[in-house]
Design a protein around this ligand. Structure first.
Ligand SMILES: [Zn+2]
Ligand SMILES: [Zn+2]
Length: 238
């Protein structure tokens, strides 16, 4: 049995705060995860970098990205190149299929963030092609400020042929592992197989505290912007 956090943002995301090595170091020393996916918004560079550094930390990396479709966010996993943003959900699924990847709907039905609706997931699962690529949906997203959509997603997943996934949606490294997906085995292939066969289960760690999430994010954003400012002013000075 192994655990994977398949929804983490690095500083390659416009709203992420932690660099890739910090994420790997924290994961290796402070969590029970053996696999992570860095899924930056419409970016894949951080994910590929993490894959390169991961062996030094004893970790495995699923490469991927959180793609902004015109119908909400979509996690594209096991891909090695960027997926264009702004396409309809179905077209994005087909694009990921061509790249050899699979997809998970993050924070389905959540308000205040661009989310695919449960009705839309239902439509995709009825489609023979789309349902092959759409392997899972988050039934626990640890980054949500309003958590009622998690319960609705869990009820939906129980009644449909789809994997249950939990993700931290960490934008600061201390949130990594707040949501994790468990599967039988230990390798990336076994994780993918479990997702495709709908044989995953979830772990949710800390109770979600809105104050902690916002406070932590603001603090790290501030640190990141002041570091960038310092870098810029020292570059100008030389
Ligand atoms: Zn999202
Ligand atoms: Zn996210």
């Amino acid at each position: 049995m192994a655990y994977a956090d398949l929804h983490i943002h690095s500083s390659f995301s416009y709203d992420g705060t932690s660099d890739v090595e910090t994420i790997l170091r924290y994961t290796a020393t402070q969590t029970n995860l053996s696999i992570i996916a860095i899924t930056d918004h419409n970016e894949i560079a951080g994910s590929l970098l993490a894959e390169k550094f991961a062996p030094a930390y004893g970790l495995q990396v699923v490469t991927g990205s959180e793609v902004s479709t015109s119908e909400g966010h979509l996690l594209a996993l096991f891909i090695r190149e960027r997926v264009p943003a702004g396409m309809p959900l179905y077209d994005t699924l087909m694009y990921v299929k061509k790249l050899g990847g699979i997809c998970i709907v993050p924070h389905p039905g959540a308000r205040f963030t661009s989310s695919v609706s449960l009705a839309k997931i239902h439509t995709m699962l009825e489609d023979a092609q789309a349902s092959k690529v759409l392997s899972g949906m988050e039934i626990f997203n640890a980054g949500l400020l309003r958590t009622n959509s998690n319960a609705q997603a869990a009820n939906f997943a129980l009644e449909h042929e789809i994997s249950m996934v939990a993700g931290s949606d960490a934008h600061i490294y201390r949130c990594i592992g707040n949501g994790a997906t468990g599967f039988a085995g230990s390798t990336l292939d076994e994780l993918r197989h479990a997702l495709e066969m709908h044989q995953t289960h979830i772990l949710q760690h800390y109770p979600v505290s809105t104050r902690n999430i916002i406070g932590g994010w603001l603090y790290h954003r501030l640190v990141r912007s002041s570091r960038q400012l310092l870098k810029r002013s020292s570059a100008q000075a030389t």
